[in-house]
Design a protein around this ligand. Structure first.
Ligand SMILES: C[S@@+](CC[C@H](N)C(=O)[O-])C[C@H]1O[C@@H](n2cnc3c(N)ncnc32)[C@H](O)[C@@H]1O
Ligand SMILES: [Zn+2]
Length: 265
């Protein structure tokens, strides 16, 4: 626990009963689900609430069906390849905790996950999997400098300054972005001129890309519910007109490409 720092003063946060407390008396209570909100009472901004409950639930329902399992398996291999004894792993923008949960089951490690969305973190904590889940902001990651062995960061904003601050020397940051063909069949249904993703890694000067890996699979979505859950997980959902959204309702099943680009810094 001593890698977690107080978002107000930066001192270590230690467990005290059902709270986390620093030497300056800043105290953060554990919610009944088990997570700790490190934004409440500190750097809280009304606009920074992250993904809502509906988004959290569709993400959970979709990921639990295993459609992205090839990606989880690759993450587990990447961690095992490092052969570190009980590494400290951080799931940055952890969402509802699918990836951290699977990794914690597979690897002996100390695992922390954080996200700005309380709804996401609440769902993650309900997994009761021995990971520590926190509500926190990427721009102020509540962990000590150079304390993380392996961090992963999937489909979420990049923050070079914070990432380079928290990683141990020689540590591994794994960033996953959508590959060029990711969900192309879905886009073909929705748009007249679907475009491919550009696969550009986040720009950085302080972190060095050592390797790029690709995972590409075709998955069969077997219900309208799964098609909608996937669509709702994407940024396109919020940019698509109701008229275009309607086009998907004709589909009960869909074969779709999942294409992930993994950058290892
Ligand atoms: C597309 S989701 C990916 C979630 C998870 N990594 C996954 O793949 O299932 C992006 C996540 O980033 C979180 N997020 C966005 N901005 C954030 C910030 N400034 N600090 C922390 N989390 C943030 C959102 O709440 C959301 O859960
Ligand atoms: Zn403090």
């Amino acid at each position: 626990m001593n890698c977690i720092i107080c978002p107000v003063c930066g001192e270590a946060l230690d467990k005290e009963n059902r709270s986390l407390k620093c030497i300056n008396g800043h105290c953060f209570d554990r919610a009944k689900e088990g997570y700790v909100n490190l934004i409440a009472g500190a750097h809280k901004k009304g606009s920074l609430i992250g993904d809502n409950r509906a988004m959290a639930l569709s993400r959970r329902s979709f990921l639990e069906k295993g459609y992205f399992d090839a990606l989880v398996e690759e993450l587990i291999s990447l961690i095992r390849e490092r052969a570190l004894p009980c590494p400290l792993i951080l799931d940055i923008c952890c969402g509802e905790g699918y990836y951290s949960h699977r990794i914690k089951e597979a690897v002996d490690c100390e695992l922390y996950g954080f996200d700005i969305s309380k709804e996401m973190v609440r769902l993650a904590a309900k997994r009761k999997n021995d990971c520590e889940y926190l509500v926190a902001n990427l721009s102020r990651i509540p962990v000590r400098d150079k304390s993380v062995d392996i961090a992963f960061h999937l489909f979420a904003p990049f923050h070079e300054k914070e990432f380079s601050r928290i990683m141990k020397d020689g540590g591994t940051l794994i960033t996953v972005v959508a590959g060029e063909n990711h969900l192309f069949e879905l886009k073909e249904i929705l748009y007249d001129t679907p475009y491919k993703n550009d696969e550009k890694p986040p720009e950085t000067e302080k972190l060095v890309i050592k390797e790029k890996r690709k995972i590409t699979r075709r998955v069969h979505l077997s219900s309208r519910e799964d098609i909608n859950a996937l669509f709702e997980m994407t940024p396109y959902y919020y940019r698509t007109s109701d008229r275009d959204k309607e086009k998907l309702s004709a589909y009960e099943e869909l074969d779709v490409t999942v294409d992930f680009c993994i950058f290892i810094y």
